[in-house]
Design a protein around this ligand. Structure first.
Ligand code: BGC
Length: 812
C-alpha cells in the first residue's frame, strides 16, 4: 500500500495523506543552517551543530507523535486548522505534502480557504524561508486570522532538555515590528541570536509559551489562537516562543502571500549592542530585506534548484527501469548529501544531542558524495584525519562545531583506521588530486605533531597490520563495523554502555571482517604508494595483503567450511561458525571479503555468497546473522542484547546489503546482485509502505528480520551508511562506471534482462556520454569504443583536453 507517489519530473515525493505510518521527513539546508521538516510540519532547526546551536526545540521520544515544529494555524470562524494537519489535526478537505530536493511544499484546504506553503533554506544564508499563500476559493468574503508558532530552544539542546532549574529563568526576547528576537544568554557569552519574522505588519504577537498555549493546553489547542487574539506577551524566563498574528480579508478568488523568515545571526563582540541591553539588529534587518518580496523568494528558490540541477547532473542514468533511474538520478544522491551534512547526528531517530560526526561513518558517507562536492570532501577528509591518534587509531566521533574528537561513544574500534584509506582513495580516484596526500594534518588536533596525510594512512594501515591475534587476524578492539560486536567488553551490569565500558583492547579477540577490509583497502593503499613513487612500500603492503588473503581462506583461521568466520572472541572461540549454536553465519565478512576479491579464484567467494542466500535471505533483504541470539552472551556484547530480529541481532541491516550485492558483481552474477539491490530499494519498497513504514524515498538503517514480530518494518530512516554504499553499488558496480586512479572504468554487471542503458558522467572536468549495449549478458565488456576508437580493457584513458567524450560499450 502506498501513501503517495513519486513525481520524477519535479524530483518530488508527493504525500497524499498526513496519516503516514511514521513521520516522513525532509531536510532543508546545505551548508550551515539546517531544518528537519516532517509531512505534518514537525521538525527542528539548528545552525552548524544540532547539539550546541539549536534554534528550535524538539520533543524527544517523538516518533510517531511528532508534536513540535514550525506551525501555521488558520482561524476561519470557529474552525482552527493547520495546512499540514498537525498539530490541531482538524480534518482537511484536501492535503498534500511535496518533499523535494532541499525544500518542502504543503497544501491544505478547508472550507474554501487554500493555504500553500513552500519552505527552504537559501543557498547562501543562515535562515529558513517559508512562503505562505492563502487563497479564497469560496464565493464569499473570508475574514481569517493566520498564526505562526515556533518554540525556541535555549541553544545547547542537551542542556535545554534537562537543566530546568536554570533554564526556566534565562529566557529573553525582544520584539520590533514584525520580528521576534530570541536573545537568551546574549547578555553574557553568546554573540548570536535568532529571529522569526514576517514581511507584513502584524496584528499581535506572543513570545511567552504560557500566554500562547494557555495553562494546561498544548500546541494542538493553543488558547490564544482559539480566542482569535494573541496577547503581545513578552517572555521572561520559562519558555520563549515566537508567534505572529495576521488578520486577513480575502475576497472570493483573492490570494495573499506572506514570507516568514527564521534566521540565525552572529554579531562581532564589539558590536553586540545597539544601546544598553538592546541587541544590534542591523544584520538581521539586512537578512530580512533579502526575502521581503515574492520576487526575491522566487529568485532564492531558483538559485537553490539550480544548485541541485548542477549536482544531480554529475551522474545520471537512462535505463528502461524507472525505479533505478529515479533512485540513481534523484533520491539516492540526495540522501548521500544529507548524510554528508548530518553524519549520524540529527534526525527523528538521532536526537542531535547524542552523536556527532562518526569517524567510520563519515569516511563511508564520503564514498557517496565525493563526486558531488569534491572540495568539501577534501576538507572533510582533513577534518577526520585531524582527529586520528599518532599510533593510527581514532576517536570514534568528533563534534561538528569544534571539529575535535571525543570518546563519548567510545574509541579504539579496530576497523576505524582503514576507513580513512577508503575515503582518501575514493577522493583521489574521483579527482586525480594526489596533493591531498602531502597536506600536513595534525594528530588529535595538535598541530605540533602534524604529519602528511600519507603518513596518517601509513599509520592506519600499519596499526591494523601490527595488531593481530592468535590466528594472525586483525584484533577487533572495542568492535569493528558492527558496533555491537563487543568482544572485549564483558558487561554484566544494566546500563553500562557496550561501547565505553571495559577495555577497548584485548590481545585475543579478532575480526575476520577487518581482515576483508585490510585486503580491500590495503590494495588501495598500495596503489596510492605507487602513485607517490613508493614502490618498495607498495610491494611490502601487497605482501601483507596477500598473506591476509591466505589467512582469510584458511580453514584454521578465516574460513569455516562454507562461509567466512565472523570473528574470534576473547576466549579464542569462533563467532559465526557452523559449530556455534546461534550466530552461525554473519553477513559482513561474506560481503566484504568477496568484494575485496578474496576467494574468487578458489571458488570460496561463490560458496560464501551461496551460503548468504541459503541462510540469510528474506523477501525484505538479507539479514545480518542467523540464527538469531535468543539469550544474552556476555562474551559477545550488545549484538546479543537485542530481541531476535532487531538491529544487529539478525535484523536486515541495510548498510551491508550492498556489500553482498557488490560481491555478487565481483563474481559476475548480475541477476542476484540486482535481486539484492531491489529488496531494500525504496522505489521498490514503496509498494509495501504499510509494512515498511519509513519514508519510501530514502533508505533506513534497519528492517526487522525474519525472527522479529514486525518482520519487514523499517527503522532509523535517513542517516545511514546505506545511502553511500548503495549508490556506490548501483552506480559503480551494477551500472559499472567506476573511477580508478587512471580514469573511468566501465564494466557493468546487470541482470540478464536489464536492457541497453546510458550513463552521463562528469568526471575530472570531462563529460562522458556512455552508452551500453547489453546483449542479454550479465557481465563482460566485449568492446570499448571511445570517440570512435577501440580501446583495450575497461578504462577510458583520461584526456583533460576533451570536454565531451562519447563512449560505446558492448557487453558480451
Ligand atoms: C553506526 C555505524 C555502525 C553500524 C553497525 C550504526 O548505527 O553508525 O557506525 O557501523 O551502526 O553497528
Amino acid at each position: 500500500m502506498k501513501f503517495g507517489h513519486f513525481d520524477d519530473e519535479h524530483r518530488e515525493y508527493v504525500i497524499e495523506t498526513p496519516k503516514t505510518p511514521l513521520p516522513w521527513i525532509n531536510y532543508l539546508g546545505s551548508k550551515e543552517f539546517f531544518s528537519l521538516i516532517s509531512n505534518t510540519c514537525g521538525g527542528y532547526t539548528f545552525y552548524k551543530d544540532a547539539k550546541l546551536l539549536r534554534l528550535t526545540r524538539y520533543r524527544y521520544n517523538d516518533v510517531p507523535m511528532d508534536i513540535n515544529g514550525k506551525y501555521f494555524y488558520i482561524k476561519d470562524g470557529d474552525t482552527v486548522w493547520n495546512p499540514g494537519w498537525k498539530p490541531t489535526q482538524t480534518e482537511l478537505d484536501e492535503y498534500e505534502c511535496r518533499h523535494g530536493i532541499g525544500y518542502s511544499k504543503f497544501k491544505g484546504v478547508k472550507n474554501g480557504v487554500r493555504a500553500e506553503s513552500l519552505a527552504f533554506v537559501p543557498v547562501n544564508d543562515n535562515c529558513e524561508v517559508t512562503r505562505l499563500v492563502v487563497t479564497n476559493d469560496s464565493s464569499v468574503t473570508k475574514n481569517i486570522s493566520i498564526f505562526s508558532y515556533v518554540e525556541w530552544c535555549l541553544w545547547n539542546a542537551d542542556d535545554d532538555s534537562r537543566n530546568f532549574q536554570r533554564n526556566f529563568s534565562t529566557g529573553e526576547v525582544e520584539v520590533k515590528g514584525s520580528t521576534i528576537y530570541h536573545k537568551t544568554e546574549y547578555r553574557e557569552r553568546r554573540n548570536h541570536y535568532a529571529i522569526y519574522s514576517v514581511n507584513a505588519p502584524i496584528t499581535a504577537f506572543d513570545t511567552a509559551r504560557d500566554s500562547f498555549l494557555g495553562l494546561y493546553h498544548y500546541a494542538a489547542d493553543p488558547e490564544a489562537v482559539f480566542n482569535g487574539k494573541l496577547t503581545n506577551s513578552m517572555a521572561s524566563g520559562w519558555s520563549p516562543i515566537a508567534a505572529h498574528q495576521l488578520d486577513v480579508t480575502l475576497q472570493p478568488g483573492e490570494s495573499k502571500s506572506y514570507v516568514f523568515v527564521l534566521g540565525y545571526i552572529e554579531n562581532p563582540v564589539e558590536d553586540k549592542w545597539e544601546s544598553h541591553n538592546v541587541i544590534n539588529k542591523k544584520p538581521a534587518e539586512a537578512m530580512l530585506a533579502k526575502y521581503d518580496t515574492d520576487a526575491k523568494v522566487d529568485a532564492a528558490f531558483a538559485e537553490l534548484n539550480e544548485q541541485w540541477d548542477k549536482l544531480l547532473n554529475i551522474y545520471t542514468v537512462d535505463s528502461s527501469n524507472d525505479k533505478v533511474n529515479r533512485m540513481v538520478n534523484i533520491w539516492n544522491q540526495y540522501q548521500c548529501m544529507v548524510t554528508f551534512n548530518m553524519s549520524r547526528s540529527a534526525s527523528y531517530y538521532e536526537s542531535g544531542i547524542g552523536r556527532g560526526m562518526g569517524f567510520r561513518d563519515s569516511c563511508q558517507d564520503l564514498l557517496g558524495f565525493v563526486h558531488l562536492i569534491p572540495d568539501r570532501a577534501r576538507e572533510r577528509i582533513i577534518d577526520i584525519a585531524s582527529t586520528q591518534f599518532q599510533d593510527g587509531r581514532a576517536y570514534h566521533q568528533y563534534q561538528p562545531l569544534t571539529k575535535k574528537g571525543n570518546s563519548d561513544i567510545g574509541s579504539g574500534f579496530g576497523d576505524d583506521p582503514l576507513w580513512l584509506i577508503a575515503g582518501t582513495s575514493a577522493y583521489i580516484r574521483e579527482t586525480g588530486d594526489a596533493t591531498i596526500l602531502d597536506e600536513m594534518v595534525p594528530f588529535d588536533n595538535d598541530m605540533s605533531v602534524a604529519e602528511t596525510l600519507m603518513e596518517h594512512l601509513r599509520r592506519s594501515f600499519g596499526y591494523v597490520d601490527t595488531h593481530r591475534g592468535p590466528h594472525n587476524l586483525p584484533l577487533i578492539g572495542r568492535a569493528d563495523w558492527n558496533d555491537c560486536l563487543n568482544l572485549n567488553c564483558h558487561s554484566v551490569q544494566p546500563g553500562e554502555s557496550f561501547q565505553t565500558f571495559g577495555p577497548s583492547e584485548g590481545p585475543v579477540a579478532e575480526s575476520v571482517f577487518i581482515g576483508g577490509m585490510f585486503v580491500k583497502y590495503g590494495n588501495e593503499y598500495a596503489d596510492l604508494c605507487d602513485l607517490k613513487g613508493l614502490t618498495d612500500e607498495a610491494a611490502k603492503v601487497r605482501k601483507s595483503v596477500a598473506e591476509m588473503n591466505d589467512i582469510l581462506l584458511d580453514s584454521n583461521a578465516g574460513w569455516d567450511g562454507e562461509w567466512f568466520v565472523r570473528a574470534y572472541d576473547s576466549y579464542g572461540n569462533k563467532v559465526g561458525g557452523n559449530e556455534c549454536e546461534e550466530g552461525k553465519i554473519f553477513i559482513e565478512p561474506q560481503g566484504f571479503c568477496v568484494l575485496a576479491g578474496v576467494g574468487v579464484e578458489s571458488g570460496q567467494a561463490q560458496q560464501a555468497l551461496d551460503s548468504v542466500k541459503k541462510h540469510l535471505d528474506t523477501k525484505y533483504g538479507v539479514m545480518i546473522l542467523q540464527p538469531a541470539y535468543t539469550v544474552y552472551h556476555e562474551e559477545l556484547g550488545e549484538v546479543s542484547s537485542y530481541p531476535p530480529g532487531y538491529k544487529e541481532n539478525a535484523g536486515i541491516f541495510c548498510h551491508n546489503n550492498p556489500w553482498v550485492s557488490i560481491a555478487e558483481t565481483v563474481i559476475g552474477r548480475g541477476d542476484r546482485a540486482f535481486e539484492v539491490y531491489k529488496k531494500t530499494c525504496p522505489a521498490y519498497t514503496e509498494e509495501i509502505s504499510e509494512i515498511h513504514r519509513t519514508e519510501p524515498y530514502i533508505y533506513c538503517q534497519m528492517v526487522a528480520g525474519a525472527d522479529a514480530k514486525f518482520h519487514g518494518e523499517g527503522k532509523n530512516s535517513w542517516l545511514t551508511g546505506t545511502a553511500a554504499w548503495t549508490f556506490v553499488n548501483i552506480s559503480q558496480y551494477i551500472l559499472g562506471v567506476y573511477p580508478t586512479l587512471n580514469g573511468l572504468s566501465v564494466d557493468p554487471c546487470v541482470p540478464a534482462d536489464f536492457g541497453d542503458f546510458s550513463v552521463k558522467r562528469v568526471y575530472r572536468g570531462v563529460e562522458y556520454d556512455i552508452s551500453v549495449k547489453q546483449n542479454g549478458v550479465q557481465k563482460g565488456v566485449k568492446e570499448l569504443i571511445v570517440d570512435g576508437v577501440k580501446v583495450e580493457g575497461t578504462v577510458i584513458p583520461y584526456d583533460a583536453s576533451r570536454k565531451t567524450v562519447k563512449v560505446e560499450v558492448v557487453m558480451g
